[in-house]
Design a protein around this ligand. Structure first.
Ligand code: PRP
Length: 204
């Protein structure tokens, strides 16, 4: 089934979801929830809102499936996919940090040499370690990174920190910030009817 309507992707559930929808609403785009459907129609324009896992969003945009999307800079950089950033947004501010247990023998960044670091951001972590000439074992996982030191899967973690509450709950403390991040509005170079007009609205 082919659907040629313009599409905007946002995160289905998480840090960016509510603020992304509020941003689109503030531009006058109103979407109707459609039961449990992950596609919502815009009430006043020929546009669909697509609700996705945030780490899948770069794939959808770079392949031209969705025309626009709101994504965290951290996720976009980790996925290393083609997308044009057309606007920085003022929400979902967080940082990607390496953190260690409060009582760790690791005291400085250089002490990470030879240690195990668990992360859901293996590409960004790898780039950062190479740039700084540190050789650690990267342990890629999909979530709940903060529990890996207490379960002895890792000696340190590299994860998103916003309030710092999750780190504290697991007796972890930040050692070094590797990236500051915020929400971005992205697009691709696929030409579609009505896309320029929607882009102008999104840039208002
Ligand atoms: C991140 C991260 C932490 C939490 C940190 O998860 O993995 O669990 O946020 O936030 P805090 O500093 O405010 O406690 P996120 O909600 O982004 O989900 P995901 O990384 O599992 O997709």
């Amino acid at each position: 089934m082919k659907n040629d309507r313009l599409k905007i992707a946002i995160q289905k559930k998480g840090r960016l979801s509510e603020a992304s929808l509020a941003f689109l609403n503030s531009l006058g785009l109103k979407f109707t929830p459609n039961g449990h459907s992950l596609i919502q129609k815009c009430e006043n324009k020929d546009i669909d809102l697509i609700l996705l896992r945030d780490d899948d969003i770069p794939e959808y945009v770079s392949r031209g499936v969705t025309d626009f999307a709101i994504i965290g800079q951290n996720v976009l950089l980790e996925k290393k996919m083609e997308a044009e950033v057309i606007r920085e947004l003022d929400f979902a501010k967080c940082r990607l940090a390496i953190a260690i247990p409060e009582d760790s023998l690791i005291k400085t960044f250089r002490d990470l040499e030879g240690e195990r670091i668990a992360t859901t951001y293996p590409n960004l972590l790898k780039d950062y370690l190479i740039k700084n000439n540190i050789n650690s074992a990267i342990i890629p996982i999909s979530g709940s990174v903060e529990i890996t030191p207490e379960l002895n899967l890792a000696d340190a973690i590299c994860d998103v920190v916003q309030t710092g509450n999750t780190l504290k709950a697991h007796n972890l403390k930040p050692l070094v910030t590797i990236l500051e991040s915020k929400a971005l509005l992205i697009t691709n170079n696929v030409v579609k009817k009505g896309k320029q007009e929607l882009k102008e609205l999104l840039l208002k």
